[in-house]
Design a protein around this ligand. Structure first.
Ligand SMILES: C[S@@+](CC[C@H](N)C(=O)[O-])C[C@H]1O[C@@H](n2cnc3c(N)ncnc32)[C@H](O)[C@@H]1O
Length: 444
């Protein structure tokens, strides 16, 4: 029926999770190919779906008996006039768009292959179209409503306690390109919306997960959602894994899960003044995981730390964390696995203080004790969309820049630096002079 088959385990996890939810309305933003709706069909939910794409909206409107509202563009009539009889503002139009995803990209393109694709669809159109209409008509998916709307505004209308089930885009951009060939030849009352930025993706995820019942999935591993990981699905041995996260459900496939231990120590907050002297305290693995899940960018993959250290100010408040491991090939080097500052605070450059502390003489002593070897240098890797890391600039030396091998970043930047050339007190003094001015609040 719709594009793509749903891997069996995926269908089972979605059904099993939704099985524990109160029967009633379930909301499905970014519904795409209706994978979720197809997985929970027949379970007694009233499914309310939404999306912004031309393809999804054609299917969604047809499933809810609304006019599809999509016509061939005037300028495409010469080339594609042979589709006109199939466009009936209902299932015929939906079938045309579905088939269109397979051949419209070849329209107006030169080359034997494109010509052959187009000729074969044109010659067999009536049969292919009739078959697609028949398959669509046998669908068991029922929707209570479908709306063409941006996920950001739509989620605000969803009742706070209602279950939300969605596979939203996990990174900004990208989906608009998918249906470009359809948009090029068809006109419709397309919604106006800004493509999702990476920050929007994070807040959409927040709005989905901030409720009693939810399920979401992605082909990206999201460290923040680790406590909610319900299954990792590989459709074929070579396919990329698909991670399913949910509020309440039994764990299906046991994937490595990190222990989490709450950290009760206060953190520096907005309005707090950072005061010296700085101190260091060792963190247990669970405490490090808890702080990392809270503050580290979700796009940064976690690694196991041999030594995790909290940096505190004179008021005993946590300012940030760094975690080290001995470098594999360089005996006197410590590798900074992660370093991050707490947020939000009044200090926009607080992360630079954590780097200075991580390279201090006191941190060097901790590393030497933990790794039982002499440590003189540090190294680290930063993933960034900029050619330099603003955090490490001026503190460590950029040693190598290469294209990123991690999704979502342009560059992989290798930094190196000396360790133990300043004390904690000197680190604070240096930072306070160059980067420590608190943000000035306007209009207060
Ligand atoms: C990962 S796909 C959804 C997969 C889907 N559950 C399925 O069954 O295939 C993401 C969907 O989000 C939609 N989308 C992208 N930006 C959006 C936005 N700003 N508001 C609503 N939907 C959006 C895309 O059109 C696409 O259909």
């Amino acid at each position: 029926m719709f594009q793509g088959t749903i891997p069996g385990p995926m269908r089972s996890i979605v059904r099993e999770t939704a099985g524990g939810w109160p029967r009633g309305p379930v909301y499905v933003p970014c519904c795409g190919n209706f994978t979720i709706e197809r997985s929970v069909a027949g379970m007694g939910f009233a499914l309310h779906s939404s999306d912004v794409s031309i393809y999804t909206s054609a299917v969604g409107r047809w499933l809810t008996r609304q006019p599809v509202g999509i016509q061939l563009r005037e300028e495409s009539c010469d080339e594609l006039g042979w589709l006109a009889d199939s466009l009936d503002d209902g299932v015929g139009t939906v079938a045309t768009l579905m088939l269109g995803t397979r051949f419209l990209a070849s329209v107006g393109r030169e080359g034997l292959w494109h010509e052959r694709v187009l000729r074969s669809y044109r010659e067999q159109w009536e049969v292919k179209h009739a078959e697609t209409v028949e398959r669509l008509s046998g669908s068991d998916v029922e929707l209570a409503s479908y709306e063409v709307e941006d996920v950001r505004s739509w989620l605000q209308k969803v009742p706070r306690d209602a279950p939300v089930c969605s596979f939203p885009p996990f990174y900004g951009g990208g989906y608009e390109k998918l249906y470009e060939p359809l948009e090029a030849h068809f006109t419709w009352d397309a919604p106006e919306y800004e493509p999702l930025s990476d920050d929007d993706v994070v807040s959409v995820l927040g709005a989905i997960t901030d409720r009693p019942y939810w399920l979401t999935a992605s082909n990206h591993d999201v460290p923040e959602l680790h406590p909610y990981l319900r299954g990792v699905i590989k459709a074929t041995p070579r396919a990329a894994p698909f991670y399913v996260y949910a509020s309440q459900a039994r764990t299906r496939i046991v994937a490595p899960r990190q222990p989490i231990e709450p950290v009760k120590v206060p953190r520096l907050r907005e309005g707090d003044e950072l005061v010296g002297p700085l101190t260091l305290s060792l963190l247990k693995p669970g405490q490090f995981n808890a702080l990392r899940s809270r503050y580290l960018n979700p796009k940064i993959a976690p690694g196991a730390a041999n030594l995790a250290v909290a940096v505190k100010d004179g008021g005993g408040r946590i300012l940030g964390v760094f975690a080290m491991a001995p470098s594999t090939f360089t005996p006197d080097e410590a590798y900074v696995l992660s370093d991050f500052a707490v947020a939000p605070t009044d200090y926009p450059r607080l992360s630079k203080l954590i780097v200075l502390v991580a390279t201090s003489a006191e941190a060097q002593l901790l590393c030497q004790r933990a790794f039982s070897r002499r440590i003189r240098r540090v190294a680290t890797t930063a993933f960034s969309n900029n050619p330099v890391s603003m955090k490490y600039r001026g503190l460590l030396r950029l040693h190598k820049r290469s294209p990123s091998n991690e999704d979502g970043w342009k560059f992989q930047l290798q930094y190196q630096g000396a360790m133990g050339q300043h004390t904690l007190a000197e680190a604070l003094e240096m930072w306070a002079k160059r980067w420590g001015a608190p943000m000035t609040k306007t209009g207060v």
